[in-house]
Write a protein that binds this ligand. Structure first.
Ligand code: ZN
Ligand code: ZN
Length: 412
C-alpha cells in the first residue's frame, strides 16, 4: 500500500479554528492514519515537505449538476448521452482541481460517469449521485412544452427523460424512487417548488403533496438514505421538511417561521448563491431562456438574506453551487458570496464538516484526522485571512490529494 508523510504543514483544524504550524500527517493507501499537530512523523515513507504551507481538508460541494453542460436548454435537451458523459467527466475533473474533492450531484448524472471514475478511467471528486430528479407534471423537472404554440422553448418537443422522472401520485413517486435507488443513486432528489430553468412553473409554486413527498422519504429511508428537495418558498420548505426531507436546496425565500421548522426537524439548508449571480451575468449571452432570467432577478438578493435567516434560527447550513453549463468555472466564488454573511472559518466549516454530516460521512470526509479519507489541499497562504486563495478557480491551491493520490500538483 502506498504511503506518504507530509511534514512541516500549517494544519488548519476546522473544528477549533486554529492553525498549528510544524504539523505532520501520515497517509497509507487512501486514508489518513496519523496526525501530529505541531509534531514530526518519521518513517520510511516518501516525504512531502509542505514548507509551512496550509494543509486542510478537501472541499465538499453538495449541489452540482455535472451533466448539465450548457445553459442553452433546447440544445441541452437534444445533446446525445455519450457527449454529455464526456463533458461531465471534464467538468468533474475541473471541480477536483479547484479543490472540491467530494461533490453531491443534485440530478442528471447517470452511473456511467461515476463507474468510469471508480474504475480510474477518468479523474474527479468522490461523487454522491442523486440519479434522475423526481418531479410532478408541470413541476421543476418537467421541461416539456405547455402545448401547441408555447413559445418558451423551441418548436421541437423537449425530452428531459435523461434528467428527470415526471411522476404524479404517491405510487408513481414510490416507483420512481425505487428505480433510481436500484440504479445506484446514493440519495434521492425531488422538486418541491417552482424553479428557474423550467419554463412552466412559477418560483413560488408549491409542488408535490405531503403524501407524495412522504412516499419518497419512506422509500429512501428503507434503503438507509435520504431525500433532498429543491424548494424556494416557505410553504414548500415546511411541507418538505415535515414530510421527512433532510436537505433543502436553495431555500431562497426562507423566512423566520419556516427556518424555525427546519431547525426543529434538524434539516440542512444548502444555499446556492453563485448560480444566481452567474445566470444574471452570463445567462443572456449563453442563450439561457428569457423567462428563466426574469425568475433569477426575482430572487437575486433574497438568497443571501435567506442564509442569514437560517443561521439566526440555528439551521445547519451546508454549501452548494448549482452551476450549469458554461458557468462552472465560478464554483469557488460561492465561498466569497457566503463570506458576506459568515466568517471565513464558518464558510469553510459549511463546505467541509457540515457537508460531511449532511452526506452521513462525518469523520471520513471534510476533516484531517486518523481514519478519514486522505482528501487534502495544500494552500500557499492562510484561507482564514484570504478566502480568495480557494475561490479564484483554486489559484492558491498548490496541491490537491484525493484518496492519497495527487490529482492536481505534484507529491514531491
Ligand atoms: Zn434546484
Ligand atoms: Zn440544482
Amino acid at each position: 500500500m502506498s504511503e506518504l508523510i507530509i511534514q512541516d504543514a500549517a494544519l488548519l483544524d476546522l473544528e477549533s479554528g486554529e492553525i498549528v504550524a510544524g504539523s505532520s500527517v501520515r497517509v497509507s493507501g487512501e486514508r489518513i492514519v496519523e496526525v501530529a499537530p505541531g509534531g514530526r512523523i518519521t518513517g520510511d515513507a516518501p516525504v512531502l515537505d509542505a514548507a509551512g504551507r496550509t494543509l486542510m481538508p478537501g472541499l465538499i460541494d453538495a449541489h452540482v449538476h455535472a451533466a448539465v453542460t450548457t445553459l442553452d436548454m433546447p440544445v441541452m435537451a437534444r445533446r446525445p448521452a455519450s457527449r454529455i458523459g464526456i463533458e461531465a467527466a471534464g467538468l468533474l475533473e475541473a471541480m477536483v482541481r479547484r479543490g472540491f474533492t467530494t461533490v453531491r450531484d443534485a440530478g442528471g448524472l447517470d452511473r456511467g460517469v461515476t463507474d468510469a471514475l471508480d474504475a480510474g478511467l477518468v479523474t474527479g471528486p468522490r461523487v454522491f449521485r442523486s440519479g434522475r430528479v423526481i418531479s410532478q407534471t408541470g413541476g421543476h423537472g418537467d421541461f416539456t412544452e405547455a402545448g401547441p404554440g408555447d413559445p418558451r422553448l423551441c418548436a421541437c418537443h423537449i425530452h428531459s427523460d435523461w434528467f428527470a422522472h415526471v411522476a404524479d401520485g404517491a405510487d408513481a413517486v414510490r416507483r420512481a424512487v425505487r428505480e433510481e435507488l436500484k440504479n445506484g443513486a446514493h440519495q434521492i432528489k425531488i422538486m418541491a417548488s417552482g424553479g428557474i430553468s423550467s419554463p412552466t412553473d412559477p418560483i413560488d409554486m408549491v409542488q408535490y403533496t405531503h403524501d407524495e413527498i412522504r412516499a419518497a422519504t419512506s422509500e429512501a429511508a428503507a434503503r438507509g438514505t435520504y431525500v433532498l428537495a429543491h424548494a424556494f418558498a416557505p410553504q414548500a420548505i415546511v411541507r418538505a421538511v415535515t414530510a421527512g426531507v433532510k436537505s433543502i436546496e436553495h431555500g431562497f425565500l426562507l423566512d423566520a417561521a419556516s427556518a424555525r421548522v427546519m431547525a426543529e426537524h434538524g434539516s440542512f439548508l444548502v444555499p446556492t448563491l453563485v448560480v444566481l449571480e452567474q445566470l444574471a451575468e452570463f445567462g443572456r449571452r449563453c442563450n439561457y431562456p428569457a423567462e428563466s432570467l426574469d425568475k433569477v432577478h426575482a430572487v437575486l438578493t433574497a438568497g443571501t438574506n435567506a442564509v442569514q435567516v437560517a443561521l439566526d434560527a440555528g439551521v445547519r447550513v451546508g454549501f452548494g453551487t448549482d452551476l450549469l453549463g458554461e458557468t462552472h468555472p465560478a464554483q469557488g466564488r460561492e465561498l466569497l458570496l457566503r463570506a458576506r454573511v459568515q466568517s471565513p472559518l464558518d464558510v469553510l466549516r459549511s463546505a467541509t464538516t457540515v457537508n460531511a454530516d449532511l452526506l452521513g460521512r462525518s469523520g471520513e470526509l471534510g476533516t484531517v484526522a486518523p481514519g478519514a479519507f486522505a482528501d487534502l489541499l495544500l494552500v500557499s497562504g492562510n484561507p482564514l485571512e484570504d478566502l480568495s486563495l480557494l475561490a479564484d478557480s483554486g489559484a492558491g491551491i498548490d496541491l490537491v490529494v484525493r484518496g492519497g493520490k495527487a490529482v492536481h500538483g505534484e507529491l514531491s
